[in-house]
Ligand binder design. Sequence first.
Ligand code: ZN
Length: 628
Amino acid sequence: MSTSRHDGRTQNPRTTEGRVLSAVSAISALIVGTAAFVVALDAQSRTRAHVEALASPRFEGRLAGSNGERLAGDYIVGELEKIGAKPLPGQQDVRLPFEFTAGTRDGGSTIGVSATNAPAGGVESGAKTIGTPARALSFSDNGDVEAPVVFAGYGIVVPEGQGFGYDSYATLDVKDKIVLVLRYFPEDAEQKTRGILARYADLRYKAMAARQHGAKAMIVVAGPRSPNAGELVPMTFDTALAGSGIVAVSITGNEAKRMFTPTGKTLEDAQKALDDANPHAAGFALPGITARVHAAVEREKRTGHNVVAYLPATMPVAGVAKPWVALGAHYDHLGHGEAGNTLAGKDDAGKIHFGADDNASGSAAVLAVAAALAQQPRRRNVIVGFWSGEELGLIGSTAFATKPPVPLDLLAAYLNFDMVGRMQDNKLTVQAAGTSPAWGRLLEQANIAAGFDLAVQADPYQPTDVATFNLASVPSLSFFTGTHADYHKPSDTADKIDYEDLDRIVGFVASIVRRIEDSTEAPAFTKVDQTMQAGGGRAGVRVYTGTIPDYSTEVKGLLLGGVVGGGPAEQAGLKKGDVIVEIAGQTIANIYDYTYALDVLKIGQPAKVVYVREGAKRETTLTPSARK
Ligand SMILES: [Zn+2]
């Protein structure tokens, strides 16, 4: 799934390097007896028309919650009507809305400075200046804080064990103070230490360090010796639903200068003293300076839409175990790349990300499989799902699974398509096959007619919507033809799609659905143990906790959407719905704190975890293992 995000940097580019547990190779088509399961496709396949429509400029890259997403939804709704799919039972419409945070805006943050014992430049002694404009950091809490100011240098704390000790707070008492910190990290640091410092220079990390040291607010200034000197920090795209537990704003260089006046030093000199990254250079209190910080972040809520319909069973479902089966693909993509998860080069920045392979191809496959199934007798109801918000962190499918219009334990199976339009060398990757003992044989049988080189992977903890259904204990499969140079770039266009092989995949999966349909029994679910957290996470994070965060719900702390089977979190007794609020003495207000807290954990060393379950605080001990 799309896991943690930091400052809009891309996380989790899909990779083809998953473990291939068993390669079910193409078996000779001479083996007979499967004709009954081969689903005839229309002579004239519609997959090309679907991909060309969904990846057209009109839909502007289908960013969740955008007009392009709505128009793409219209197209899908029209196609669903053509094949006779209906709204789910109890629903008026095939569009199922969900809310999410699409971005942040400053709502009038200000900074006021007063000097109590010495006149500061432009600040009279005892005067309370009217606040001048500041800008909230996108993860700031909203609120007003007034307190004395301590200059805390770069505000960086490098946890132990990184081979380089650096703690801006080592000699400072900032309890109940406001800390003023420089943006970035020491400018003249040696190459070797730069890498370490850079990792902990993320403003979220600095805010956490300030909060952990008892500061009431953090003020950031880009120092005169840094890039963007004296400029306010732009607010970043941030899908976090809540603040990070501290008020945090950036101020201009002029404002910072005024605070320095009573010290007799300049901000530039203070920065210079820190810029060689000497771990013993320290910040200091700004005598007599009190600041009043007003932070106002407006989190922009948007509404995205899943499009979900179903083909009712044509035979009585009485006696059929789990009388539903689901197909799904995300139809959203990156828009113009404004959500920060683009891999576009400088020349392509801001262009439409057409997302032909990711994931117009999967959406086309779902429409085509559904069209084929619509013409045949059905023993089960078939859900035809198109998720939005996948690219922002599986938001749409998670919203669906959180309040499912059809109970998910009635689903015999979920079959997902994500990037199925760029087949190479006949290789089709099938992920999540470990979710049922039924899959191995079923795939093998269906592949007799199809003849793919199947790469079957057990792992369901994938950066795509299949992860959502695995967490809901639905036997699942996800189909994928591999990543490529156009992944998450504007160059992922419809002309590069391999329609012939896309149609073969459609036929293959349609025959799998038919096999599921033909049985009154349902595949059993197997919980897959996993020794590695799926997806990216921060480079260099070596400890592994086996937690699966839920990004879709507003909560203080880290809400668990699940735990990885057999992982340290499960062994610690943690489970879905628990909210971790502290780990190894670090308070956790959100996913970012948690990611950073991982840095202080040590492999094999038990750490205390405080969590909330059903409103009650509890404690357990979690022993992190090594990431593989
Ligand atoms: Zn994607």
